[in-house]
Design a protein around this ligand. Structure first.
Ligand code: SF4
Length: 330
């Protein structure tokens, strides 16, 4: 049994402007699983639906976003949860922070600039568990930050006294304080320089290896996935177009969009120019018929304009949605 099972998920934004209603199909028929104790990377360019997927999986759906079809089922430590029927109270009491925590994009700004770091720990633990014994609470937090390689005086610092990398480590320490089953990391290394990036990714890997939780790592940066992810799912225009073990995605991608992503990665010593993809990602309020990648696909056929390619199983957990893959991998 997977830790998370997503079936045929459709989550759209319905907006109303000047009497005209628009439906933005941000997640359109996505099925995927997350296994316990794995790092699953979600990749794709801006506006491909990555952030909406996070909102649905973390149960932070607010209008105009709504789930129209499909299901999201978790197997948490305390039992199974169907996200379609779970109440807000249940999410607040048992799920958020304790089972699912979130390291968000630019998460250093989640730290309150006028409160010391220890106060933020107090706020979170106080809200979700209560603090009965202050001495025990302090020992627990000191032990936790020490395990993550943070100096103890970080707790008595204000956010502006910390570097960007240190603030991101504090954000990760906050997200892991309850040992959640799932950590969702949304572009966790954006705005950090490469050396600091490396340290933050290493920290995420170490936490995952020790706590044996699942990490959903969402980033457009394929180099980050190459370094950290066990499996990678590639999204394009609201759909999952390919999924496989990370080595397969990087060594033998099958979908033309994934091939483009991989071939555009820089290689040390390679001075040949990289070709860019023609066009821009489609408007999800009016996506193209058939394969959504067809207006930009260098190998599109006539049928690609009208027929949606089904997700095909290519063996060894490798799946891709492309008409050229009829009968298996090319
Ligand atoms: Fe390209 Fe057609 Fe495959 Fe889509 S289905 S990726 S348009 S070849």
């Amino acid at each position: 049994m997977p830790f998370l099972q997503v079936n045929n998920l459709k989550a759209y934004y319905r907006t109303e402007m000047y009497g005209i209603s628009r439906m933005v199909r941000a997640i359109d028929d996505v099925s995927m699983t997350l296994e316990p104790n794995e790092i699953y990377g979600v990749a794709g360019e801006s506006s491909c639906g990555k952030t909406t997927l996070i909102k649905v999986l973390s149960g932070t759906i607010k209008p105009p976003l709504k789930v129209y079809e499909g299901s999201v089922n978790y197997r948490f430590k305390y039992g199974s949860v169907d996200m379609a029927s779970v109440s807000n109270e249940e999410l607040q009491k048992n799920v958020r922070w304790k089972e699912i925590s979130y390291v968000m994009q630019g998460s250093m700004s989640v730290l309150n600039p006028v409160r010391k770091v220890i106060k933020t720990f107090e706020d979170i633990i106080g809200t979700h568990e209560g603090i009965k014994n202050r001495k025990e609470f302090l020992e627990r937090i000191q032990e936790h930050v020490k395990k993550l390689g943070l100096p103890p005086d970080v707790l008595n610092s204000y956010p502006h006294e910390l570097s960007g990398g240190m603030k991101q480590r504090v954000a990760i320490a906050l997200a892991t304080v309850f040992q959640p089953s799932l950590i969702i990391a949304d572009e966790p290394t954006t705005a950090l320089d490469v050396v600091v990036q490396r340290g933050v990714l290493q920290l995420l890997k170490e936490i995952q290896a020790e706590s044996k939780n699942t990490v959903l790592l969402v980033t457009h940066d394929m180099a980050v996935h190459a370094n950290v992810a066990d499996r990678v799912g590639i999204m394009y225009a609201g759909r999952l177009v390919e999924e496989a073990q990370a080595e397969i995605i990087f060594q033998k991608p099958e979908h033309p969009y994934t091939r483009h992503l991989i071939s555009s990665l820089p290689v040390i010593g390679d001075k040949s120019g990289k070709s860019s993809l023609e066009g821009t990602p489609p408007n999800l309020a009016n996506p193209p018929e058939g394969c959504r990648f067809h207006p930009r696909c260098p190998v599109a056929r006539e049928s690609c304009k009208t027929e949606v390619p089904p997700m095909r199983d290519l063996g060894a957990g490798h799946r891709a949605a492309c008409h050229l893959l009829q009968g298996g991998a090319r």
